[in-house]
Structures are given as structure tokens and as C-alpha cells.
Design a protein around this ligand. Structure first.
Ligand SMILES: [Zn+2]
Length: 334
């Protein structure tokens, strides 16, 4: 019986040496110390022994059992500590690539920086505006057909409030607050109740600019545009003004940029015209200046608006606006 015990001890020690994790250790425990193990059932044989043998073999049995239990506890502690090392928070982690801020945010910041350098205030403004701010103050009374140009999202309460359809809604509040001479931009989201497709989304960013002084004029506007696009696209690009119509500017122009992709030679993106439409602009209508309590005989100014997503799509050659608003992180890995 002593030999049997020694044999069991020997094989238990041998197997314990090859135990490398807690799962294996548990198997080892069940095998050598568990309820059905040889050691657990060994005392059943004591009844056939003489009292002297019972003492001798019993104490040897207890010694081996205690020894294996101690070894088990030690091994368990050792393996548990190894697991803790896996969660060592001071341990340098493995590198993984994570996209930077979304393209919208990084580009918006870049654009704000450029306009700041060009001497423009940057104003944050409300998404929720009154009918007066969005329409009436901009020479669009209730009967004006230009109101039909946008699909407006109206609020039921408070009545006559809406999610702004354009950042121009800030023009009059801005001019009421900051007296001329003044230059400012308001970047921010605008909302239209439109079906979405590759070119349209129901919310998007605009950047509105305004400059009012005694002599702000089209040549200033042209310089600002030329400088802005040069810095933003990091290319020397041609711009051109085309006559257009907006109720709140007179005269009004569409601003085209020589095509970034074909350098004006003509391609699919510019529909072979060599030009890309990038902004709307004009001299601020005297009606708007009057709304801001500015004398149109003394002061004049220009205003412009451009779409942030359009600029980003051109810069990074992205062909679907919805990618910019989606949670797909691959869009930011450009
Ligand atoms: Zn082109």
C-alpha cells in the first residue's frame, strides 16, 4: 500500500510539472484529489488493517495528501498571477490603426483656420431659427416663390420656427450684433426635407461668409475666394463668377472653380465643362442691410455660401455624400 501511495505521488508530481494553465490544473485536481480519485477512496482499505499499520499507513497517506494539496494551492496561485500579468495596465499595448477625427470635423477646422487667417470672425449659431430669420429678413416674404426652393422642416411648436434651411439665416442677427466694418463666417448644419441620394442628404454643412464695410465689393470677394480655395485645395485654381439669382443678394453670382481633376480640360466630374460649381454669392441686398438697421447708402457688403461636403468630396474624390455622414470608419482612413 505504501508503494501504491508512492506511485500515485510520483505520477501526480510528474503531471503537475506539465500543467500550464488553470484548466489543466483543475483536471489534475479532479484526477488526484477529487471525490473519485484514488487518494479520496484510499481510506476505505483501512478497515482491513491492523491498528499499527493503520497508524503507519494512515500518517503516510495524510502526509502525501497534504503535500499534494499544498502543491495544488501553490500552482494555482502561480497560474493566477500569470493571468494578472495579461491585464498589466502599465504594459505597452500593441499598436493598431485608428482613424483620426471624421473628415467633416478635420476639414471644417481647416476651413475655419483659413478664414480666421483672412480676418473673419467665426460665429456659432442656432439650428433652430424663426421664419423671419430664415426667410422674411432675407427678402423672402410669405408669397415669395423663392421659398419653394427648399423643403423646409417646420416645427409644430413653437409655431413659425424651423430647422434652418441655410446658414444665411444668421445674416441679419449677425449684422445686428456686430456693426460694420465686419467680416464673419458661420459654419454649421442646415436641414432640408429631401430624399437622400449620392449628392443630397437631409442634413449637411454650409459655410456662410459675410463682409460689410463702406467699400466691400466683388473684387474683395474674388480675392477671398481665390485665396480660400488655393489654401484649402493646396492648388492654384482659377475661379469665375456666373450671373445668378438669390433673393438676398443683388447682383448674385454662382462661383465656379476650375476642375480639380482635369485642370479645366474636361472630364466626367465637371461634365466636360472644365468648371465645378462650388458656391453662391453676391452683394448683400439693401433690403437685408435695412433689416439689420444698416444704412445701405453708407455701407455695402458681400455674402457667400458654400457646402462643406461638396468641397470634401472634391478634395478627396468621394462620390457619395452619405459616406461622410455614416459610421463607416473607412471613410476617414483617406
Ligand atoms: Zn474636369
Amino acid at each position: 500500500m505504501i508503494e501504491e501511495l508512492e506511485k500515485i505521488k510520483k505520477s501526480a508530481l510528474k503531471e503537475l510539472n506539465s500543467v500550464k494553465n488553470l484548466d489543466d490544473l483543475e483536471k489534475w485536481r479532479v484526477n488526484f484529489l477529487g471525490r473519485k480519485s484514488f487518494l479520496a477512496n484510499f481510506p476505505k482499505q483501512f478497515k482491513n488493517l491492523s491498528p499499527e499499520e493503520k497508524v503507519r499507513i494512515g500518517s503516510f497517506y495524510n502526509q502525501i495528501k497534504t503535500e499534494l494539496e499544498t502543491l495544488y494551492q501553490n500552482k494555482k496561485e502561480e497560474l493566477s498571477q500569470k493571468i494578472e500579468v495579461l491585464f498589466d495596465f502599465d504594459h505597452p499595448g500593441s499598436k493598431f490603426s485608428f482613424p483620426s477625427l471624421p473628415l467633416i470635423q478635420t476639414n471644417l477646422k481647416r476651413i475655419i483656420d483659413i478664414f480666421r487667417d483672412l480676418g473673419f470672425y467665426v460665429i456659432d449659431s442656432n439650428y433652430l431659427v424663426s421664419e423671419y430669420e430664415n426667410f422674411d429678413s432675407l427678402n423672402m416674404p410669405p408669397y415669395h416663390p423663392a421659398r419653394d426652393m427648399w423643403d423646409t422642416i417646420w416645427l409644430k411648436k413653437p409655431n413659425k420656427y424651423l430647422l434652418r434651411t441655410h446658414t444665411s439665416a444668421f445674416q441679419v442677427p449677425f449684422l445686428l450684433k456686430f456693426k460694420p466694418p465686419v467680416r464673419g463666417i458661420v459654419p454649421g448644419k442646415v436641414f432640408r426635407f429631401e430624399a437622400t441620394d449620392a449628392r443630397h442628404d437631409f442634413e449637411f454643412y454650409q459655410i456662410e461668409g459675410i463682409s460689410v464695410s463702406e467699400n466691400s465689393n466683388f473684387s474683395h470677394l474674388r480675392f477671398i475666394f481665390k485665396e480660400f480655395f488655393k489654401r484649402y485645395f493646396e492648388k492654384n485654381l482659377e475661379i469665375r463668377f456666373r450671373p445668378s439669382y438669390f433673393p438676398f443678394t443683388e447682383p448674385s453670382v454662382e462661383v465656379d472653380l476650375s476642375c480639380l481633376l482635369c485642370q479645366g480640360k474636361g472630364c466626367l466630374v465637371c461634365k466636360f465643362s472644365g468648371w465645378l460649381e462650388v458656391a453662391g454669392a453676391g452683394m448683400i441686398h439693401p433690403f437685408v442691410l435695412k433689416q439689420a438697421k444698416i444704412d445701405p447708402n453708407k455701407f455695402q457688403g458681400y455674402a457667400f455660401g458654400t457646402g462643406l461636403e461638396r468641397l470634401i468630396m472634391l478634395k478627396y474624390e468621394i462620390n457619395d455624400i452619405r459616406l461622410l455622414h455614416s459610421a463607416d470608419l473607412r471613410t476617414n482612413e483617406i
